[in-house]
Write a protein that binds this ligand. Sequence first.
Ligand code: SF4
Length: 664
Amino acid sequence: MNELIVAKTAGYCFGVTRAVRTACEAAKAHGTVYSLGELIHNSEAVEELRSKGVIPVNSPEEAQGCIVIRSHGVPRAACERIEKLGLECVDATCPYVARIHAIVDENSRESDVLVVGDRNHPEVIGITGFANGEVRVVSSTEEIEALANSDKIFGAKSLIVVAQTTFDMCKWTDLQKNIKKHYTNTKIFDTICRATYDRQHEAEELSKQCDAVIIVGGAHSSNTRKLADICAKHCTALFAENAEQLVSRHKDVIKRLLSSSNDVKIGITAGASTPAYIIKEVHRTMSEIIKDEAVDAEFMAALDQMERVRVYTGQRVKATVVAVNKTEAVVDIGTKHSGYIPAEELTADPSVSPEDAVKVGDVIDCVVTKINDAEGFVYLSKKQVDAQAGMEKIVKAKEENSTVEGTVTAVVKGGVIVTSKDGARVFVPASQSGVPRNGKLEDILKKEVGFKVIEVNEGRGRVVGSIKAAEREANDAVKAKFWEELEVGKKFVGEVKSMESYGVFVDLGGVDGMVHLTELTWNRVKHPKEVVNIGDKLEVTVKSYDPEKKRVSLTAKKPEDNPWTKFMNEFAVGDVIKVQVVSITPFGAFAQIIPGVDGLIHISQIALERVTNVAQVLSVGQIVEAKITEIDEEKSRVSLSIKALLEGGSDDADDDADEAPAEE
Ligand code: SF4
C-alpha cells in the first residue's frame, strides 16, 4: 500500500513564528508596518502577511512609521540607519541569531571572525555586520584552504568561528576539523539552531525510508534548499513552494514512481518558513494522487494537531524557557506553538527583571491566559501559578501559625504589600509593619521580611499579614534562647543603650543587662559618663542573673586589670611613699597610692599631737609622704601613717583605728 509520511518538524520554527506574531501585532497597532525584507521565504505567506498590513521593503528608506526586523536579523549599521530615519523599530530577530550577534560583537576586537555560511544570506550579512574587526565568510573546505593559503595575517593571532544557524550540520562538523587544521588559536561557537538540526536529521531519516520526499518551501529559503540537498542523497527529492507547483513540476515523476510499485513511500517535509496550511494543501493533493484516503485522514489529523492550539485558557502547563529578553520570556510548551510570558506576568515583584526571574532552560509552571488561534501562539502567566501555589502555602502558614518569608514590594494606602517567596501578595497594615509611628514605610521597601498571616480570604484572594507579630515571635525566641544559655562568667560585647547615675544598661542581644557604677572600672568614678557613652560597645561578663525577674548583673572590670594585684606586686609594709589625699572623713583621710588603691591615714596617724578635726590638718588633693603600716590582703585594705615618719612618732594606732574602714 502506498504511504505518505509527514515529518514532525515540518513547518514554522520558533523564530519564524515569533517574527510573524510580532509583525502582526505591530500591524494591528499601527495599521501598516514595513518588514525589512520578506518576513518569511514563502511568497504565499508573504502575500497573506501583506493583507494583514505587513509590507516588505528592501531598505529602511522605503519604510514609514514602523519597521520590523525579521528573524534573520540585520547588520548593526542597518539599525543605526533606522534610528537616524526616526522610524520605530520592532526587532523580531530570532534570539538564536541575536546570540551570534552578541558573540561576534564581544569577541571581534581581540579576534578575527570566521563565519561559516552563505555569504549572500541575510542572516550571514547581518552577522558580519556586528564584527568590530576582520571578518570572512566560508562555506566549503576549498574556501577555507584558499583563505588559509592566501591571507596569512587573517586569524594569525586568534580566531573565533560561528555558523549560520541553518547551515548543514554534517558539513559544519567537517569544516570545523579543517578550520582547526589551519588555525590553531581558534574558538568555535556551536551556533547551529537545534530546530534546524532536528529538521535536517528527520529529513535525512525520512529520505532513507522513502522513495521520494517532497520538500515544501520557498525557493529563496536556505534551510529549505538544504533539506532538499540532504534528501537528494538518499532518494528522489521533489522541491515545491506549494501544491500547485508540486503538480506542475513533479507530476510525471510522482506518477512514474506510483506506477513502479504498490508500496511507494513518499515523505513530506517543509522549511522553517512554510505555513502549515500550505503543507496541508500539499498533502491533500498528494493524497488525491495516490488515492489513499486512510493515510490522508491520518495525516490530516496529525496536521490538525500541529496547527491546533492544544491548550485552553486557564490550563496549567509545564514550559521550558527558550529565550529571555527585557520584555518577555519565550517558552516551549510542548506544542507546535510559541508561548510568551510578558514581563509583568513572570513575577509579582515589579523590581525583578525577566532575566532575573527565569533563565534559559528553566522548566516552569504556567497558566495559559490568551490563545491566538490564527497565528498559533499563546500567552501565559507564571505569576498566577506562583500566586496560587503561594496562596496554598499561605493558608497552611495561617493554620500552623508559621512565619512566611517575603519581600516588601510596594507601599500602598494604609500599609505595604509583601510578596511571599512563593508569589502570594499580602497586605500588611502600617500598624503591623513594624515601622514606628514616626517612621516611613518606604524604609522597608524591597527589604526581605518575615510575616504572620492574620487573615485569609481565599475567595477574594486577599491576605492580611503582620510583620510585627513575626518580629515579636522572633524576639521572644531569641530571649528564650538567651536565658537558656545564660551562665555566670559568660562574656558579651554589647551596646550601651541607656545610662543612669548608678550604672549603665547594655544590650546583650535582645535582653538588657546592668553594669553598676562600681563594676564599670577598677578606678573610683562618680558617674558612668566618666568612662562610657551611650552607643559604646562594652565588653562585659555576667556576675549574676535572675531569670524570674529578668535581671542580669554585669561587670566590665577585667581581673587582669585589678589594681590590687599590681599594688601587691609593687608595695610592702614599711614602704614610704607619696600619696594624694582623695577624701576626708571624721576618722581620717583616704589617700590614693596608685589609681584604684587608696590607703587610710587614720586620724591618730596624721600628726604627733592629737588631731580632732582631720580637715584642719589635711585637704583633698594634698600630696603627703606616708608609710605603709599594714596590708590586709583579704579585705584589700591598706593602712598609712604620716606620724610614723615624724621624729618621735610611731605607727601605733589608737584603739578606734582598728575599726576604721579602708578603701580599695
Ligand atoms: S531556524 Fe532557528 S535560528 Fe532560524 S529563525 Fe528558526 S528558530 Fe531561529
